[in-house]
Design a protein around this ligand. Structure first.
Ligand SMILES: [Zn+2]
Length: 605
């Protein structure tokens, strides 16, 4: 059959079976008798084969396991954006359409679920998350909800009181804006916990905060110096303040006892339940390791993985050929990409704007130009970075690079451009992570080079943006987190959270901010840099189909469409019918992954 090609079958069928008169006449006139007989036999054969193959078509014979009816179902499929009903068989979508259309897939064994007009949509795909550290964070001090410095300190004291068994108090989530000058100090902690070491990460993971006990365990004194990416912060007398930036955090963190593998496995189980409750059905891990891969693999093998995961392995500061061999071996041994994907490598090129470690084209607005790091710092020398990008591009890996400042974003585009000029540009989908500041010229280059902006709308939450805005300065603000500018340049957005380096894993909070750029209590009125707001469909798309495109999965997920994976959610209110300011109030009432309910039960049924 293959030599006739699939497309020929439907064209020939009418001639042989139904016999369109006009076409028959032409055939009779054109062909001599023998040739005509041979042709008829051939057409009959084709018709029989076509009928046989139709029998295999699920649309004709298959019966749904579940049939969802009476919904307001947003599919993300532009050819059929809204439908009433959806049929599931096994782990796939059997069909979508009207209640009447889908009735044919129902028999006595089909479970029928009446959505009563509720909104269903594809499950959220978090395009950039650090899921293991986030999950571990669920079991330690969490300052994400602290609104003031006093509140944060109280939460730490309460946690310590509740956990007298812990030798170290760890965790994090603090905001720079809680503290005068943007950074906390050891005295604040010493006042409540003088006798046990405390180490707490900033909400973005780029800075740390320790008490005097932790400093003394780590042997950090006036004499301690730090050279490298970051800073051991000291006061005007040269005394360490208890604050650390970037790699300087390592001065303390190497003394903090880490969780063992069993603790990590259990933390992931907690994380999976949390993600399911938020309607997240896929994640893309932005700091993977072999250990993390093995944890997900064992969750998968024991049937406990309820979230499709793709992993970008961390390249670190100086990868080597041995690392590449390791990544390639994981890539080739991994046999279930539907659940676990291992085809990307992640670089970190700069820091964050709040601590002036993101690399900017023009100096930071709130620093004196005499300051040695007034434009930020690269985490890796550019020539080294370019060399590795080229090497990994050649090996067929997708590349993620963390780049927040406009100069850093430009350096990544340059590196990708050079690598693709050498190795070919076709369908590489290399990505830049975060892009909190860039230029009009570079925004156009994303489209030209096919590079994907992977952005986290929750990072632009106006309630946490003060320190950031001062560092960037008035003049550069119009291109802050420029989602709308990317869409205007026909560039697909990949949305995610960056959890736990953000204030919330909840995609609904991200979508609220993408659409409103306002706090949940409506500030500032009209939105922060309102020209960069985007509409609801675009925001939802970036968190579903756009994110799926970001991991080469757009043929499998991100849309509710026949043959796609049955990953979807039902919401407490219809996002298309409420006021945009109310988006944040939305709850996820049902999460289904691969045809199985994972929330509200939190476990497979
Ligand atoms: Zn990240």
């Amino acid at each position: 059959m293959s030599r006739f090609g699939h497309r020929n079958v439907p064209n020939l069928l009418p001639l042989a079976i139904e016999g369109d008169d006009a076409e028959k006449k032409i055939a009779y006139i054109r062909y001599p008798l023998i040739a005509r007989m041979r042709k008829t036999l051939l057409l009959l054969l084709l018709a029989v084969l076509a009928l046989l193959s139709m029998k295999k078509d699920p649309l004709v014979t298959d019966i749904a396991d579940q049939l969802y009816i009476n919904g307001h179902i947003w599919t993300t499929d532009p050819s059929l954006p809204f439908v009433e009903a959806l049929a599931v068989k096994g782990d796939r979508i059997l069909a979508v359409g009207s209640n009447a259309d889908l009735n044919q897939f129902k028999n006595a064994s089909t479970k029928v679920i009446d959505l009563k007009g509720k909104m269903m949509m594809p499950g959220f795909n978090d395009g950039h998350v650090h899921f293991l550290s986030g999950s571990l964070g669920l079991t330690v001090v969490d300052l994400v909800d602290a609104k003031t410095m006093q509140e944060a300190i109280q939460m730490i004291a309460d946690y310590a009181k509740k956990h007298p068994e812990l030798p170290w108090i760890t965790g994090g989530g603090w905001q720079y804006s809680l503290f005068p000058g943007g950074l906390p100090n050891k005295q604040m902690l010493d006042a409540v916990i003088p006798d046990r070491p405390v180490y707490l990460k900033a909400y973005d993971g780029h800075s740390g905060w320790a008490n005097s006990k932790a400093l003394s365990i780590a042997g950090i004194t006036k004499e301690t110096t730090f050279k490298g990416f970051g800073e051991l912060v000291k006061d005007k007398n040269g005394e360490p303040t208890g604050a650390f930036k970037e790699s300087a955090t390592g001065l303390v963190t190497r003394f903090v006892p880490g969780p063992d593998k069993a603790a990590k496995f259990n933390a992931l189980l907690t994380g999976l339940k949390y993600a399911a409750a938020l309607g997240i059905t896929s994640i893309q891990n932005a700091s993977g390791s072999r250990e993390e891969y093995e944890l997900y693999d064992s969750l998968l093998r024991t049937d406990q993985l309820t979230l499709r995961t793709s992993i970008a392995f961390s390249a670190g500061r100086s990868p080597n050929e041995k690392d590449i061999i390791g990544w390639k071996s994981i890539r080739s041994q991994n046999k279930n990409p539907k659940w676990l994907k291992t085809t990307a490598i992640k670089f970190l090129l700069d820091g964050v704007i709040e601590s002036h470690t993101a690399v900017m084209i023009d100096p930071y607005s709130d620093l004196l130009q005499l300051d040695s790091i007034y434009r930020g710092q690269y985490a890796i020398p550019i020539d080294q970075y370019e060399k590795w990008v080229n090497r990994l591009d050649q090996e067929g890996f997708q590349i993620y690079t963390h780049a927040i400042g406009d100069a850093s974003v430009r350096s990544v585009l340059n590196a990708y451009e050079k690598a693709m000029a050498t190795n070919g540009q076709q369908n590489k989908r290399h990505r830049i992570e975060h892009i909190e500041m860039t230029t009009t010229v570079d925004i156009e280059r994303f489209h030209q080079l096919g590079v994907l902006p992977s952005m986290q709308p929750i990072h632009a939450y106006p309630g946490t943006i003060d320190v950031w805005s001062k560092a960037v300065g008035e003049q550069r603000l119009p291109l802050s987190f420029p989602w709308a500018s990317f869409l205007q340049n026909k560039t697909k957005l990949v949305f995610g959270s960056d959890w736990p380096a953000c204030i919330s894993l909840n995609p609904i909070r991200g979508i609220h901010n993408a659409v409103n750029r306002m706090t949940t209590d409506g500030k500032p009125v009209g939105g922060w840099i309102p020209a960069q707001k985007i509409n609801l469909q675009d925001a939802l798309y970036a968190y579903t189909a756009g994110a799926a495109y970001g991991s080469f999965d757009e043929q499998e997920k991100g849309q509710l469409k026949k043959g796609y994976l049955a990953d979807f959610i039902v919401l407490s209110q219809d996002l298309f019918k409420i006021k945009p300011e109310d988006i944040y109030k939305t709850k996820v009432e049902l999460t289904v992954v691969g045809g199985k309910k994972v929330h509200p039960t939190g476990l497979y049924e």
